[in-house]
Design a protein around this ligand. Structure first.
Ligand code: SF4
Ligand code: SF4
Length: 436
C-alpha cells in the first residue's frame, strides 16, 4: 500500500543520525561465545526465578528462569552447555541482580517450543507469554500483557521509526526480515482482534518504506525525521492523529504499538517455536574498528562482541549500551547482552564531546522542546534541593519518557535526565512504602 505522510508532533529535536556508519552492514550471526552470563531480570517488573541449578546441563532454548507474575518474563538458555554458577552481579545501571552462567559445550542441542499452525488468538497470547517475549524497542514491557488490553483497540502499529542516532538494527530487520515482521504483526493483530495494521518508518529509510509498501494489508506511514519520533505517544499521534492523554496508555485511544524486532520474535516463536533468547544489535561509533549489526545470544559478554568487531580503533571517550539519547554510559566491557540491548557504541573524543555543566540560564529551551510538554528545569532544580514532591509535581517527572531531548538542547549541559531518574526512583520508593 502506497505510503502516506505522517503528522507533525510538538517538540522534538533534529539530531545528526550517524546511521551511515552501520546501515549497510547486514545482520551477522557471531560465532557462539564460550560462556554466557544471563540476567534473570530481562524485562520491566520482577526478575524471573531460576529453575536450573549449578551443574545442570541445558539445551539452547531451555527455560532457565520462570517469570514471577504477569510483569516479568521467562528466561531461556541462549547456548547449550553446563550451568557453572548462579551469582549476583551489577547491571549497566549499577543495580545488583541474579545472573545464570552457562559454559557452552558446542553440542548444538536445542529445546524449542512446539511450532503452531494457524493459532487461535488465545494460543498466540499464550505463546508470546511462554516464549518470554518483551518489547524490544527498549522498555522491555512483557508483550503478552500488551496483547490483552483492558479496553477494546482497533489499530496495531509496528514501530519502525528507529529514531535513535547510530542504531540501524531495526533498519536491517525491516530489509532482511520484512516478511517475518509482517507475519508477526498479523499474529499480533489477530490476538488483538484488529484488522488495521500500520507501520511507521522515518523518511531516512526509503528502502524500508518501499519494502513494506508491497503488502496490501499494511498501511505505511512515512514519518518526518525528528527525535523522538519512536516514542509511543509521538508515533501514535503522527500515524493516526490520536492524542494519548497524560497518564493514559495507548490502548486507551484504541492503539497497541510494538517494535519491528518484537514482531519478528512473535513470528519465530509461533512458526519455529523459538523462545526470546537472542538479540540483534548495532555496534557503532568511530572508536570501534568495524561497525556491524550482529545477532548474539542473551548473556553474550560485551567484551566478546567488541573483540569480534575488531576491537577498539582508538580509545573511546564514552561507551554506551543502547542509543546515545536513551542508552546508559558504562565504564566497563564486563557487561552482558539482554533481550532489549539495541546497541553498543564506542564514541570517539569528537563524537562524545562532553562538556562540564554550568548553572541553569532559565532559557526555557528544555521545556520548549520537550515532546511531553514537561518542565525538566523544575525537576532538576527541586531535585537538587532534595524536594522530591515538587520535583515530581512542578517538573512532571513521572510522565517523562526519558527521550533525552531536554539534555541535548540545554546550552548549560545540565544533567536533566539524571535528576528525572532520581526523582522517579524516589517517588516509586515512597509509593512502595505506602506514602503518596
Ligand atoms: S523531560 Fe523527559 S520527555 Fe521531556 S525532553 Fe526531557 S527526557 Fe524527554
Ligand atoms: S535548557 Fe538548560 S539552561 Fe535552559 S532552562 Fe532548561 S535546564 Fe536551564
Amino acid at each position: 500500500m502506497k505510503a502516506v505522510k505522517g503528522r507533525f508532533f510538538f517538540g522534538g529535536v533534529h539530531v545528526p543520525d550517524m546511521k551511515a556508519l552501520s546501515q549497510d552492514c547486514p545482520i551477522k550471526e557471531l560465532p557462539e561465545p564460550p560462556v554466557v552470563t544471563i540476567a534473570t531480570s530481562q524485562s520491566l517488573g520482577k526478575p524471573a526465578i531460576p529453575c536450573v541449578g549449578v551443574g545442570d546441563t541445558v539445551a539452547k532454548g531451555q527455560l532457565i528462569a520462570k517469570a514471577d507474575g504477569a510483569i516479568s518474563s521467562n528466561v531461556f538458555a541462549g547456548i547449550s552447555g553446563k550451568v557453572t554458577a548462579i551469582t549476583e552481579l551489577e547491571n549497566e545501571g549499577g543495580q545488583k541482580g541474579t545472573y545464570i552462567v552457562i559454559e557452552g559445550d558446542g553440542s548444538g542441542s536445542t529445546q524449542y517450543l512446539t511450532p503452531l499452525t494457524d493459532p487461535s488468538k488465545e494460543e498466540i497470547v499464550q505463546r508470546v507469554k511462554d516464549a518470554g517475549i518483551v518489547g524490544l524497542g527498549g522498555a522491555g514491557f512483557p508483550t503478552a500483557v500488551k496483547l490483552t488490553p483492558r479496553t477494546p483497540v482497533d489499530t496495531f502499529i509496528i514501530n519502525g521509526s528507529e529514531c535513535e542516532p547510530y542504531l540501524t538494527c531495526d533498519h536491517r530487520v525491516m530489509i532482511e526480515k520484512t516478511d517475518e515482521v509482517v507475519r508477526g504483526a498479523r499474529y499480533i493483530a489477530k490476538a488483538l482482534g484488529v484488522s488495521n495494521i500500520m507501520i511507521g518508518i522515518e523518511l531516512n529509510k526509503p528502502d524500508c518504506i518501499a519494502a513494506f509498501e508491497k503488502y496490501d494489508d499494511v498501511k505505511v506511514v512515512a514519518l518526518r525525521k525528528i527525535y523522538p519520533m519512536g516514542g509511543e505517544k509521538q508515533l501514535i499521534y503522527s500515524a493516526t492523529g490520536r492524542k494519548v492523554p497524560v497518564g493514559k496508555l495507548p490502548a486507551d485511544v484504541g492503539v497497541v504499538v510494538n517494535n519491528v524486532a518484537t514482531c519478528l520474535a512473535v513470528c519465530e516463536a509461533i512458526e519455529l517455536g523459538k523462545p526470546d533468547l537472542d538479540s540483534i544489535l548495532t555496534v557503532s561509533g568511530k572508536a570501534v574498528a568495524n561497525t556491524a549489526n550482529v545477532l548474539v545470544p542473551v548473556g553474550t559478554p560485551v567484551s566478546y562482541i567488541i573483540e569480534q568487531c575488531g576491537g577498539e580503533a582508538s580509545a573511546p571517550k564514552k561507551v554506551v549500551l543502547g542509543g546515545p539519547m536513551t542508552g546508559v554510559a558504562v565504564k566497563s566491557y564486563d557487561l552482558y547482552v539482554k533481550k532489549t540491548t539495541s546497541g553498543i557504541l564506542l564514541l570517539s573524543e569528537k563524537e562524545a564531546a562532553a562538556e562540564e555543566p554550568t548553572p541553569c540560564l532559565n532559557c526555557g529551551l528544555c521545556a520548549d522542546h520537550c515532546p511531553m510538554h514537561l518542565m525538566p528545569m523544575n525537576t532538576a532544580f527541586y531535585s537538587s534541593a532534595g524536594d522530591i514532591e515538587n520535583a515530581a509535581k512542578l517538573g512532571g517527572a513521572m510522565y517523562c519518557i526519558e527521550c533525552g531531548v531536554c539534555e541535548y538542547v540545554c546550552p548549560a549541559k545540565r544533567p536533566l535526565i539524571q535528576a528525572i531518574r532520581k526523582t522517579k526512583a524516589a517517588v516509586r520508593a515512597q509509593q512502595s512504602k505506602g506514602g503518596k
